[in-house]
Ligand binder design. Structure first.
Ligand code: 5GW
Ligand code: MN
Length: 277
């Protein structure tokens, strides 16, 4: 009993307070969804500059095994060293586009730059794909991740906060920042390592987040978790139509793993000091 009162049940629910589905294993019928999505074109946006290029091979190879298998997929890979990238073997209907970006010096800027690139990409992609999935590259696909995750606007529960109370969420709490979320607002803490939606929805999202990032830069401030803070702010006021459970974003060293039956997308352990230099 005590355990159940301590655990925030909302996070283990299958519906948000605004009645969007929270996707866990067992709540969807994949055959029906695969049929509905047989002509859907899906993009996967990923950013790999500087030392993070090393993550790209395992990311793409595991994506070919688990991500949208049997569907039409285009990988949009942004990197500062196009010539160093080895394209893995792709399944039928899968292709890869490599695009050059300049690498920022500060890692915080690298991470935030993704919003700017995303705005440019989604502006351009309107007729090329239907949905865009945005992911961190320091990840591997470890189990099925298919069309059940798609929706007009979707985001993923942060594995470190899915049982936490909202007052403990690491939202930006300083009113001076454009990412500010007051105590008492916000439903979930989402992780910026996986989100997506219809191309036009991701365009709107990236424009808003990029705008917030620039507003903060003008004031010489930066939100506590960079673009993740701006993403969370956007999603408080623009509710996602689907929420992905931590099955879709996990790290093997996380507590409460017993709640997570399928660990579909795993963070690769990294030496922070080493990758930052
Ligand atoms: C490097 C050092 C520290 C923080 C970020 C970077 C970094 C991130 C980089 O050098 N190159 C790069 O391409 N990135 C992109 O930003 C990757 O797509 C990466 O997955 C994403 C977010 O950075 P992460 O994965 O280090 O953030 P956390 O919150 O998962 O640790
Ligand atoms: Mn990451």
């Amino acid at each position: 009993m005590l355990l159940f009162s301590v655990i925030r049940k909302a996070a283990l629910n299958v519906l948000t307070p605004w009645l969007a589905p929270i996707i866990w294993d067992g709540i969807y019928n994949l055959n029906i969804l695969n049929e509905q999505h047989k002509d859907t074109r899906i993009g996967l946006f990923v950013f790999a500059v500087k030392k993070y290029i090393r993550f790209l091979g395992p990311f793409l190879e595991s994506a070919e095994r688990f991500f949208m298998v049997g569907h039409n997929v285009t990988y949009y890979v942004f990197t500062d060293r196009v010539s160093e990238i080895v394209k893995p073997k792709m399944g039928d209907g899968h292709s890869l586009q490599l695009r050059e970006v300049t690498a920022d010096k500060r890692w915080q800027d690298v991470s935030m730059r993704r919003m700017e690139i995303l705005t440019a990409l989604t502006k351009q992609l309107t007729n090329e794909i239907d949905y865009l999935v945005c992911a961190d590259v320091d990840m591997v696909f470890n189990d099925h991740m298919g069309v059940e995750m798609l929706g007009d606007l979707f985001a993923t529960l942060h594995p470190g906060f899915f049982l936490a109370e909202p007052h403990a969420f690491s939202y930006e709490r300083h009113p001076i920042s454009a990412a500010y979320i007051p105590f008492g607002e916000g439903d979930f803490y989402y992780m910026a390592a996986l989100y997506g939606g219809k191309v036009e929805e991701i365009y709107k999202l990236s424009v808003a987040c990029q705008h917030g990032i620039m507003e903060d830069k003008k004031k010489n401030i930066e939100a506590v978790w960079q673009e993740e803070s701006h993403l969370n702010r956007y999603l408080v006021y623009n509710k996602p139509t689907k929420v992905l459970s931590p099955e879709y974003l996990w790290a093997t060293n996380m507590p409460n793993g017993e709640f997570i039956k399928r660990k579909r997308f795993l963070a690769v352990p990294k030496n922070h000091e080493e990758v930052r230099n």
